[in-house]
Design a binder for this molecule. Structure first.
Ligand code: NAP
Length: 258
């Protein structure tokens, strides 16, 4: 059995690279019509060209998800280009490292605005269209960091990612009357441009802490998002799927020896 998103009108934010690009790829391969959102026009157009040359039906729209105006703009554009919004994958996010002792108000606000306020803005902007769809789906990209684990240097990020889940649970209740489901994927460490930027040492140490022995791929996250967005997941709302290769399972280093 395969999960059906054929012809569905799908928005993926943060799709110019990384996990969002993986989510857009998996949906495009599944036959969905996908609007990719991000700020980097060149990267967005290049991704769209690659997906469409492989048979995809995708296009790119430049918007800043940290602003209300940006989120309403991509929602409007989706209606103009696709005539509907069936699925919103609110994925865009940043994870700059900063110790608490050095964190400024601006550092904190940038991460909260990009990762958490964007969930609020984008869901609000898409709600009417998702309700009309009759089977609207919201899939948030949260993280293991915050909801399950902690990591020095990421207090602002952890707060934003845990905040997304609080938002999700109540949004799921409010939007259930429109048959809209709201769920989240919690990636562990996934090999993306953003993560590679943190250095080889970080990446190889992370791989050693993952029972399945490797970092996640962007498609690993895409498949979980695809399931939550499918018709078949219509009775699941306010829930999370952790996609981390078992990274959050060991209760001590010894547990990793298997
Ligand atoms: P990435 O490679 O750095 O990509 C981030 C994406 O978000 C880019 O497409 C970027 O596009 C977009 N973006 C950032 N700020 C934006 C803004 N203000 N407006 C619009 N788009 C914006 O990061 P990633 O690793 O794929 O992360 C994607 C999501 O997964 C994030 O929410 C992150 O917290 C979450 N996550 C990642 C990991 C991991 O291991 N990689 C683990 C757990 C959770 P532009 O630059 O074009 O704007």
């Amino acid at each position: 059995m395969s999960y059906s998103v054929t012809k569905k009108a799908v928005i993926v934010t943060g799709a110019t690279r990384g996990i969002g690009r993986g989510i857009a790829t998996v949906f495009a391969q599944g036959g969905a019509r996908v609007l990719l959102v991000g700020r980097d026009e060149a990267a967005g157009e290049a991704t769209v060209a690659e997906l469409n040359s492989a048979g995809g039906d995708t296009s790119f729209f430049a918007a800043d998800v940290a602003t209300r105006v940006g989120c309403y703009a991509f929602a409007e554009e989706a209606m103009r280009r696709l005539g509907a919004i069936d699925v919103l994958c609110a994925n865009a996010g940043i994870f700059p490292e900063k110790r608490l002792s050095e964190m400024t108000d601006d550092d904190f606000d940038l991460v909260i605005n990009t990762n958490l306020r964007s969930s609020f803005f984008s869901v609000q902007a898409c709600t009417d269209a998702l309700a009309v769809s009759g089977h609207g789906r919201v899939v948030l990209t949260s993280s293991i960091t915050g909801p399950i684990t902690g990591f020095p240097g990421w207090t602002h990020y952890a707060a934003s990612k845990a905040g997304q889940l609080g938002f999700m649970r109540t949004a799921a209740l409010e939007l259930a009357k429109f048959s809209i489901t709201v769920n989240a994927v919690l990636p562990g460490n996934v090999l993306t441009e953003g993560l590679v930027g943190m250095g080889e040492d970080y990446v190889s140490k992370m791989a050693m802490s993952i029972p399945l022995g490797r970092l996640g791929s962007v498609n690993d996250i895409g498949y979980a998002a695809l399931f939550l967005a499918s018709e078949e997941a219509g009775f699941i709302t306010g829930q999370t799927i952790t996609v981390d290769g078992g990274q959050t399972l060991p209760e001590a280093l010894d547990a990793l020896k298997g």
